[in-house]
Design a binder for this molecule. Structure first.
Ligand code: ADP
Ligand code: MG
Length: 698
């Protein structure tokens, strides 16, 4: 296949625009995309018409305003282009108004009280900075998708994209102030850039469809470990099996068509676990693309009789999935602001932006932690696997020593060996080597970008990016204010670095984040260790976060409160589904499967004793199985009671806490009995595919 021809073939990109739009229209649209002017109405009509013609030539009959409500997935309502003509037939039409604004009846989408249900209307507004594209389904139907933001009629954000766009504007504004103070006169815009590495599991569809837990909860609620896990370390970067390679090829092709620059693919640590990564791009496009990645992974998997699991922890005992979110800032003239430069001036700039990150992450570790929280990720973060729930920054030995040397204002007798005179010296080259990287850190500097590794595999990357952009905007704002007042920029830069290290240096940790010593050390340093989503969500409503998001016009107090309610509610609903699925599986599958085994044992004992006197093994087995069965049964009763009690709690925070502490905890107890039974009962009686089936039969 000719990738250069396929790539972007379904995207209304600059090339297509240039070819199909009158020159003046193109120029005006480009200015709008670059945020220089609002979209002129007559331009919208011309663009809409060109978009429609292009889409129809490619086979489209419908268009949709594609948006990202707070459910975490995407929403689309398809409208056809047809419009009646006077002869009783139809013509294909698409106006500027239809392109720019839509009014989906969105009363059934979460609003957290922002939009009472009688005021069903919300509206979608075209995000012209993310290109429109065509989606093809298996039947060959083509739909024109217009990326949009989704708001209430009073203008409150009801989606993930609106705050993302606002946060991008905020960080751009403050970063520009810093650049200006440093004497940069050319940059007009600073963009946050993101590359999201997506981890996922594949499972044979035939086994998937036999597991109600995988279908409705996305993870196995039961299952004894397979005899082999990931201990042989033979899967990571291992040879890709043909069946998987075929799937990945389809995936790449579908993504390329939609302009998603899928580039990396490999086996991950756990059996049947994989990763894909696209080339990085502007944050809102990266967020749109990641939604397409998740959607396409699932779609293409089904076409190949596979199922794709995006859950953070589909299986206990082996690696879970994350979404490493690589983040940086770059200017419109192509300068990566987190790239150490080759001149003293560039280095001063680099160190200031690094300082902003240190300040931002330390001050708002709680909010950053929250941005990665969901019920699935609770099984990873703070569970016994990577990364931990404590936020710290990996900076690398060399850079840390440089920062410390500057902070101390004296020559450091370390590897870096010299103190750096800001504005005079250049930095020694920093290692960018893969092998040297600290893989245990939740937030790592990787040479010219930061990698936020906590992000949940199934979630939109918008929330983490909104938080990163906003907290960094605040830090840059403060830095800019100091620089703007300073007499001597180099001196002030040094002072900023010194103050940052003094106040926030505790957030830097280059050691092993999985060790128990770190947990103790972090506590000593006063770093937060937020174990669960329920705790983490509190940060939506505390004063620090409300002030921050309000100040940078990213989210208002009302919008934050609505998000708090929505996410608590989602947490409760998810655990509720898991609990009901557990009960269903135990009552209708596991218990009925064990009873015949007990019967068989009892009959065997009876018969054997007649023939040959007392028997031991069978009796012991019978006693064990019966005890486990009874224990499991009692726990289903307990789970039912806990569920009922939890539902009765009026306060949503307390209700969510009860779902975590009582419902989820009881589910886990119940699971223990069932998983033990699985190891005793004959395989032929076991009613669902085992871990070995799910993990090793691809
Ligand atoms: P690894 O798994 O070793 O961390 P990958 O190559 O899988 O690395 O992924 C790295 C990701 O970081 C890619 O998506 C890449 O495009 C992205 N990236 C590289 N440079 C930047 C940058 N300046 N800003 C944002 N993302 C970046
Ligand atoms: Mg990777």
């Amino acid at each position: 296949m000719d990738v250069t021809k396929i790539f972007g073939s379904n995207v209304f990109n600059e090339d297509v625009m240039k070819k199909r739009l009158p020159k003046d229209t193109y120029k005006l649209l480009k200015k709008t995309i670059d945020k220089e002017i609002p979209l002129p109405a007559e331009v919208a009509d011309v663009v809409a018409n060109a978009m429609k013609d292009w889409a129809i030539e490619k086979g489209a009959t419908h268009y949709t305003h594609w948006f990202q409500p707070l459910t975490g997935s995407t929403a689309e309502k398809h409208d056809s282009f047809i419009s009646p003509n006077e002869q009783g037939g139809v013509v294909m039409e698409f106006s500027g108004k239809q392109l720019v604004k839509g009014e989906p009846d969105a009363s059934s989408l979460p609003s957290g009280g922002l939009r009472a249900t009688f005021e069903a209307r919300g509206y979608t507004a075209w995000d012209c900075t993310s290109p429109a594209f065509l989606k093809e389904d298996r039947a060959g139907d083509v739909t024109l998708c217009i990326p949009t933001a989704f708001c209430s009629y009073t203008g409150e954000a009801l989606d993930k994209k609106t705050p993302l766009l606002r946060s991008m504007a905020a960080v751009s504004k403050q970063a520009l102030r810093v650049l200006r103070a440093l004497g940069n006169k050319t940059a007009k815009k600073v963009t946050s850039t993101v590359g999201a590495e997506q981890e996922y599991f594949l499972v044979d569809k035939k086994y998937f469809t036999e597991r109600l837990d995988l279908i409705v909860a996305g993870r196995t609620l039961f299952g004894a470990p397979a005899p082999k896990g990931q201990e042989m370390e033979d899967h990571y970067f291992g040879q890709i099996k043909d069946r998987v390679a075929d799937f990945m090829k389809d995936l790449d092709k579908e993504l390329w068509k939609m302009g998603v620059a899928a580039t990396t693919k490999h086996n991950e640590v756990a059996p049947s676990q994989f990763e894909m990564a696209p080339l990085f791009t502007t944050t809102n496009i990266a967020a749109d693309h990641n939604q397409l990645v998740m959607e396409t992974l699932q779609k293409v998997a089904l076409r190949r009789d596979l199922a794709c699991l995006l859950h953070e922890k589909p299986y206990v005992g082996i690696n879970g999935s994350g979404k490493h979110t690589n983040w940086s800032l770059s200017t419109d003239d192509g300068m990566n602001l987190l790239e150490p430069g080759s001149t003293p001036h560039e280095n001063a700039q680099f160190l200031l932006f690094i300082s902003a990150l240190i300040k931002a992450v330390d001050r708002h570790a709680d909010i950053l932690r929250r941005s990665a929280a969901n019920s699935g990720n609770d099984h990873r973060l703070g569970g016994n696997e990577a990364p931990p729930a404590i936020i710290s920054i990996f900076m690398g030995e060399e850079l840390t020593e440089i920062l410390e040397a500057i902070a101390k204002g004296k020559k450091a007798k370390s590897k870096a060996s010299t103190s750096i005179e800001i504005g005079v010296d250049t930095l020694p080259p920093l290692p960018k080597d893969n092998s040297d990287r600290n893989r245990t850190s939740p937030f790592a500097f990787t040479g010219n970008k930061f990698e936020f590794r906590m992000v949940a595999s199934s979630a939109s990357i918008s929330s983490p990016c909104v938080v990163l952009n906003t907290i960094v905007a605040e830090a840059l704002d403060e830095i800019a204010t100091r620089l703007e007042k300073a007499q001597n920029i180099n001196k002030e830069t040094k002072a900023i670095i010194k103050d940052t290290m003094k106040e926030h240096g505790r957030i830097i940790f280059n050691g092993n984040n999985y060790s128990d010593e770190w947990v103790k050390e972090a506590e000593k340093r006063g770093l937060l260790n937020i174990h669960s989503t329920v705790e983490a969500l509190k940060t939506f409503t505390d004063r620090k976060s409300v002030n921050l998001f309000k100040k940078y016009k990213v989210l208002s107090k009302e919008e934050l409160h609505s998000r708090y309610e929505i996410y608590l509610d989602q947490y409760i609903k998810q655990i509720n589904i898991e609990a009901k699925t557990s009960l269903d599986m135990v009552k209708s599958l596991y218990i009925p499967a064990v009873i015949p085994f007990i019967k068989e044992l009892a009959e065997t004992i009876e018969k054997l004793e007649v023939v040959s006197g007392p028997v031991y093994v069978e009796k012991e087995l019978l006693a064990r199985v019966s005890a486990l069965l009874e224990s499991a049964y009692r726990k289903t009763e307990k789970l039912e009671t806990e569920l009922e009690k939890a539902h009765e709690i009026a306060d949503s925070f307390k209700r969510a806490a009860a779902f975590r502490d009582k419902v989820l905890a009881t589910m886990e107890e119940l699971r223990k009995d069932i998983d033990t039974l699985e190891t005793i009962a004959p395989r032929k009686l076991w009613p669902v595919p085992t871990y070995a089936d799910l993990l090793y039969k691809l």
